[in-house]
Design a protein around this ligand. Structure first.
Ligand code: PHB
Length: 391
């Protein structure tokens, strides 16, 4: 008799506890995630890959993060910085999202970061490398799952000078934050190792009329050219460079965006190109293999760096949410949890710097067929200098 009571009371308590935690879980409203990405223009494929990656991770968790179901709100930012403030406010003020995820274009991302800082809304940047986002604009509620522009290109400069033994180079890119920061980072690395960048060519974003600039390169005959273009613009640039015959005489280097997610369309024109990036084909780790298989099965296409960054944005959100039990208002605790975390990325595990940017290996890759095959590591555990961040 005594015995059965001793069992009955804990059983009752346990079932009451279960009922109340079920009620609590039911009481948790859906977590509103605002995706602000390019769904039109030269970066469309990048936005789609980021969303795919993000959704894949959420689906792998059964559609919930920290017990909260996810509800998506979407805005096409058109990679247009002049519309950034209006667009981000649709998500912050109209839709009242808990978390912002975006974007691809550095100029648009700076508008998002400004709005996130003012409103206190959590922001995870799944691509845009704007150095300022984890530099002067850094904040407790702003995170990046991708890279800084400096980080992506500095190592290509050192490799071009030291390993490839180039003495002179020209750079070419779109005239906006990402292009300027990547080509300047290449120059910094190249000149530190004794090279000299003779000229930095630009054209307005997202123009693809490269002919006059290619003619200028052909006349100047530098030892090498470094380029940043991405998406549709990268496809056209690499093809035009080859069509002008320049790929036979002046090696073309780039940050890996030049050849990521673009090789189907670039075909022969891209063969043999050397680039640097925080992701590559042929990593052949169990983590990456599992991710690639799941992505290919779900979306019937191969993942690229953008898909990885979207996937990791969701992983970072899950890590922070778990620490605050789904309560995004506990920003300092959310940030502290991420600061301690090791993110199990398909690219290889990474941690976050004090300014909330990934500390990661930068791979040297060489185009071989439809792959950006890893051929080495250009920079090991590279941290962005976070110039101007006070946090
Ligand atoms: C950027 O604007 O920061 C940007 C855009 C596309 C890329 C990489 C960086 O592929």
């Amino acid at each position: 008799m005594i015995r059965s009571t001793a069992f009955a009371i804990p059983a009752l308590a346990a079932s009451l506890l279960m009922a109340s935690s079920v009620a609590m879980a039911q009481a948790q409203p859906k977590l509103k995630v605002g995706l602000m990405l390019p769904y039109s223009g030269t970066f469309t494929a990048l936005g789609v890959a980021i969303e795919n990656g993000f959704r894949l991770y959420v689906d792998e968790q059964g559609g919930k993060l920290a017990g909260r179901e996810i509800e998506f709100f979407k805005v096409d930012d058109e990679s247009d910085p002049s519309k950034a403030t209006d667009n981000v406010n649709k998500l912050i003020k109209r839709d009242n999202v808990d978390v912002l995820v975006g974007t691809v274009h550095s100029g648009v991302a700076m508008g998002m970061a400004r709005a996130a800082k003012e409103s206190g809304t959590l922001l995870i940047v799944p691509n845009a490398g704007s150095d300022a986002v984890t530099g002067p604009m850094c904040a407790v509620n702003i995170f990046r799952s991708s890279f800084s522009n400096w980080q992506s290109s500095y190592g290509m400069g050192t490799v071009a000078a030291k390993q490839e033994k180039k003495k002179t180079a020209m750079t070419i890119t779109w005239k906006y934050a990402a292009g300027e920061e990547m080509t300047n980072a290449f120059k910094e690395g190249f000149e530190k190792e004794g090279g000299k960048v003779s000229k930095q060519l630009t054209l307005p974003f997202p123009n693809v009329e490269f002919q006059a600039l290619l003619t200028e390169i052909a006349a100047a005959k530098p030892d090498a050219v470094f380029a940043f273009f991405a998406g549709g613009g990268a496809v056209k640039f690499v093809k035009d460079y080859a069509a002008a015959g320049l790929n036979k005489t002046i090696p073309l280097y780039g940050s890996g965006f030049l050849t990521d997610g673009t090789l189907e369309a670039q075909g022969d024109a891209a063969q043999g190109l050397l680039t640097t990036l925080h992701y590559a084909d042929g990593l052949n780790t169990p983590r990456d293999n599992q991710f690639r298989l799941a992505y290919a099965k779900t979306f019937k296409m191969q993942p690229d760096v953008y898909a990885v960054q979207g996937y990791d944005a969701a992983q970072m959100l899950a890590t922070g949410l778990a620490a605050v039990k789904g309560d995004v208002s506990r920003k300092a605790e959310f940030a502290a949890a991420l600061q301690k975390a090791k993110i199990d990325s398909p690219r290889g595990p990474f941690t976050l710097s004090k300014s909330h940017n990934p500390v990661q290996d930068i791979y040297l890759r060489k185009v071989d067929g439809k792959e950006n095959k890893v051929v080495g590591i250009a920079s090991k555990s590279l941290s962005d200098p976070a110039r101007g961040c006070r946090m």
